[in-house]
Design a protein around this ligand. Structure first.
Ligand code: FAD
Ligand code: DHB
Length: 408
């Protein structure tokens, strides 16, 4: 099999890149190791920056997002029983974010890709990238029990943190920057309307908690005929800081709600509503950047090149920024014959990546309680939070980073 751009991975980075290239008339093949249902149901991100929303619209993938997504104009910071709202449009000259799940972004992009005529191969696992330093890079992959080769002009590794693409870059030219954290997030989905209409980031002596949500999903009432009008029911998405390595199964539903209630406690009469938990999992937390993001004719995009801890919701948005930057560079090459933008691809992306790394690290250390935290650390965290609530400059800094830096 032969194509212009071989894309490994059908997450947001790979699917969006394929769509942008298709729109520009550049051929690509997408290889995805998992099946379609898995990719469409894997619970992950939920917050889209303004720039990501604009890109999805321009790519023709914004119709359902605009119908079902929830525009959010702020978040709440909660600490010491107090509540503080950060007003994004007022602080950023009108910017906001969109609550729309990554699962839905992927569904929309997969549907478009299949409508465009693909190719998008599910259960096609890339085994290795070869020849990145020459003119004809190849991806060896396994599909339907047989080993095959995809010959390309360019190979793009959009295969996430544990993919194979990054491994094709020799250690002599690679540099990895990493930080791990001694905690993770226990995330749940629950069939109950969110107890607040905006996200709540809570700092508590017992650890961090986050209240988020998913847009209402259409469901048929079980007692009624299938033909009945669907009921649109809200879903809560909540996270708890837990020690690294925690098994989600070791937390009973009741224990989760009890702990959430404690960490969200306020001085006023705010109440956390409980409901049936439909999904439960633990996410480890890590900061990681691989430099450079290009080696010869192999390019990396999204989690394949960098990971942020989820506090601040930057991962998916970074993947979108990489895909846009790369599509632009490949179109520039096709139109002008100049590889100039491909040559600067890594440096261009890394500037934005490091800003997101900084912000995600700041948000994580601002709100989580390390197991070895001292009373000094606790007071410092509270002073940092007080500063954000007391200074418009400090609050603006948070609002600008949260709603997103320019994509390219
Ligand atoms: P992925 O989504 O990981 O996609 C990679 C794809 O490659 C996968 O489909 C995988 O199956 C496939 N693949 C892997 N290896 C191979 C192979 N060898 N061959 C073929 N295919 C392969 N980000 C935000 O912006 N906002 C948020 O609110 C947010 N919240 C998060 C909450 C949680 C709990 C988690 C876990 C993450 C969150 N993130 C968030 C991060 C975000 O989900 C990721 O950054 C995003 O998925 C990156 O997209 P990607 O396309 O680079 O990689
Ligand atoms: C969600 C995830 C995040 O990492 C975050 O900062 C906010 C919301 C979510 O999944 O809804």
């Amino acid at each position: 099999m032969r194509t212009t751009v071989g894309i490994i991975g059908a997450g947001p980075a790979g699917l969006l890149l394929a769509r942008l290239l298709h729109d520009a008339g550049i051929e690509s093949v997408v290889l995805e190791s998992r099946d379609r249902a898995y990719v469409e149901q894997r619970q992950r991100a939920g917050i889209l920056e303004q720039g990501t929303v604009d890109v999805l619209r321009a790519a023709g993938a914004g119709e359902r997002m605009d119908r079902e997504g929830l525009r959010h104009d702020g978040i709440e910071l909660r600490f010491g029983g107090k509540r503080h709202r950060v007003d994004f449009p007022a602080l950023t000259g009108g910017k906001s974010v969109m609550v729309y799940a990554q699962t839905e972004v992927c569904k929309d992009l997969i549907a478009l890709r299949l409508k465009d005529g693909g190719p998008l191969l599910f259960e096609a696992e890339a085994l290795a990238v070869e020849g990145a330093e020459g003119d004809r890079p190849r991806v060896r992959f396994r599909h339907q029990g047989a080993e095959e080769v995809l010959e390309c002009d360019w190979v793009v590794g959009c295969d996430g943190f544990r993919g194979v693409a990054r491994r094709a870059i020799p250690a002599s030219v690679s540099r990895g920057f990493e930080r791990t954290y001694p905690f993770g997030w226990l995330g749940i989905l629950a069939d109950v309307p969110p107890s607040h209409d905006e996200l709540v980031y809570a700092r508590h002596d017992r650890g961090f908690a986050l209240l988020s949500m998913r847009p209402p999903v259409a469901r048929h009432h079980p007692s009624e005929e299938v033909a009945s009008l669907p009921v649109r029911s809200f879903v809560s998405r909540l996270y708890l800081q837990v020690p690294a390595g925690t098994d989600a199964g070791s937390w009973s539903d009741e224990a989760i709600w009890d702990e959430l209630e404690r960490r969200f406690e306020t001085d006023d009469d705010w109440r956390l509503e409980r409901g049936p938990i439909t999904q439960k999992s633990v996410t480890p937390m890590r900061s990681y950047v691989h430099e450079p993001m290009r080696h010869g004719r192999l390019l990396l995009a999204g989690d394949a090149a960098h990971i942020v801890p989820p506090t601040g919701a930057k991962g998916l948005n970074l993947a979108v920024g990489d895909a846009v930057t790369l599509a632009r560079a490949l179109v520039h090459l096709r139109d002008t014959g100049s590889a100039g933008l491909l040559d600067t691809y890594s440096a261009t992306c890394l500037r934005r990546v490091w800003q997101a790394e900084r912000f995600s690290y700041d948000m994580t250390t601002l709100l989580h309680r390390a197991p070895d935290a001292t009373p000094f650390d606790d007071r410092l965290q509270l002073a940092r939070l007080e500063r954000i609530t007391a200074s418009r400059a400090a609050e603006t800094d948070l609002a600008e980073a949260y709603t997103g830096f320019p994509l390219v």
